[in-house]
Design a protein around this ligand. Structure first.
Ligand code: ZN
Length: 233
């Protein structure tokens, strides 16, 4: 079975469409989304709509949680707050109710899906260091755990190895971000798991970044949110 794992779309429709087009070519059986469908970008309704149609499992992210009022707006930086206020004025009632009922964790066969850390997912902790990553292994029981939130892709093995997927070893895998990559590569990122081999690869899809940058400016969202897409930071 081939599974695509996408995360942190952040209302970036051109990036999401490019990723879905690439996934189409890759012939996957299911797409799962690790949350943060909204926030930062100018296309919240279009992105929630596509995720609702195309994804099997969808996890709630901190920006989704902020939009529905579960996570206090003060927990976000200035740009995050501005984007949440803007999105509140745009999002449809139906999409808001959809975001409200999303789970914080899904376990299916060999993998666990969460947005941030599997340790108390509702606290939205960032898994940044190798030590933090290794502590996560106590918080899930499956072979694999897929996470997002930092927008930086990484693969950590239970034995402490970083950067390579090796069958037979438990892994914590950050699939990167579709709509706001922060690893210096502006291309949209997502993960591709083949449970038969088994194998995991990080995929990248180029998209029309300028289209999103212009839409951010036209929407009256902070210009910085467009500029960082060009840098991939
Ligand atoms: Zn995010």
């Amino acid at each position: 079975m081939r599974v695509a794992i996408i995360s942190d779309i952040h209302s970036n429709l051109p990036a999401l469409e490019a990723v879905l087009a690439r996934i189409e070519i890759l012939n996957v059986d299911a797409i799962h989304c690790l949350g943060d469908i909204v926030g930062y970008g100018p296309f919240p309704n279009e992105c929630v709509e596509l995720v609702r149609i195309r994804c099997t499992h969808v996890i709630k992210g901190n920006h989704d949680s902020g939009l529905i009022g579960e996570t206090p707006i003060d927990d976000f930086n200035r740009f995050g707050q501005e984007a949440i206020r803007w999105t509140t004025r745009k999002i449809t009632h139906s999409h808001l109710e959809y975001l409200r009922q999303l789970p914080l964790r899904v376990v299916e066969n060999i993998f666990t899906l969460v947005h941030a850390s599997p340790i108390n997912p509702e606290q939205w902790s960032y898994v940044m260091s190798n030590l933090q990553a290794r502590e996560c292994f106590r918080a899930f029981e499956t072979e694999l755990c897929f996470i997002g939130h930092t927008h930086v892709p990484v693969i950590v093995g239970e034995d402490g190895t970083v950067g390579a997927f090796r069958p037979g070893i438990r892994h914590l895998i950050n699939v990167g971000s579709v709509g706001q990559p922060r690893d210096g590569n502006p291309q949209a990122a997502f993960g591709l798991l083949d449970t038969d081999i088994p194998s995991y690869v990080l995929e990248r899809a180029s998209y029309d970044i300028q289209m999103t940058v212009k839409a951010i400016e036209n929407a009256g969202l902070p210009r910085f949110l467009g500029q960082r897409l060009i840098q991939g930071m």
